[in-house]
Design a protein around this ligand. Structure first.
Ligand code: HEM
Length: 137
């Protein structure tokens, strides 16, 4: 018996055409995937907020008129909405981040538990945002 394979059996299946077009709107991410993307987005939002917060803080501590200008900014409805988004960012990032750290330690890594803890982290962050965000109004 010959050990050589035939040229036909060596033939690899044709590669799919490149580049692959991913229609992100048609991808149905499971909840842990959504929580993961929101964790990244919330981290980026908080980083972007650092220079704006520093600028407002600098304005508020420089002079009395600066303080009044800063509080004027903070009382505008648009900034209040942004603060609410930032508050959610922090809370979502906090609870999802604790979830990832626990998963890194080996807790709740099977599929069912991962789904439950994803819902729990996202839910607690939303409820906490609504409760704490009430203070902004
Ligand atoms: C409040 C407590 C926080 C906890 C428990 C936490 C936890 C984590 C964890 C576990 C990761 C890694 C996630 C992974 O493995 O994909 C992470 C990533 C990150 N964190 Fe935090 N974090 C916290 C606060 C913050 C703050 C205050 C900021 C920004 C000012 C921040 C910005 C980021 C960013 C930008 C990433 C990278 C996101 C990514 O590439 O997916 N985090 N955080």
């Amino acid at each position: 018996m010959s050990s050589q394979s035939s040229p036909l059996s060596d033939r690899k299946p044709p590669l799919p055409p490149r580049p692959v077009f991913l229609d992100l709107w048609r991808i149905r991410l499971p909840l842990p995937g959504v929580v993961s993307i929101l964790h990244r987005i919330s981290g980026v939002l908080m980083v972007l907020a650092i220079p704006i917060s520093a600028w407002l803080f600098g304005m508020a501590v420089t002079s009395e008129t600066g303080f009044q200008r800063a509080t004027g900014w903070l009382n505008s409805p648009l900034i209040k909405l942004l603060l609410l988004v930032l508050m959610w960012s922090f809370l979502h990032h906090l609870f999802a981040g604790i979830r990832y750290l626990l998963m890194d330690l080996g807790y709740a890594v099977d599929l069912a538990a991962a789904r439950r803890t994803a819902a729990l982290a996202a839910g607690i962050a939303l409820v906490a945002t609504l409760i704490l965000g009430g203070g902004l109004l």
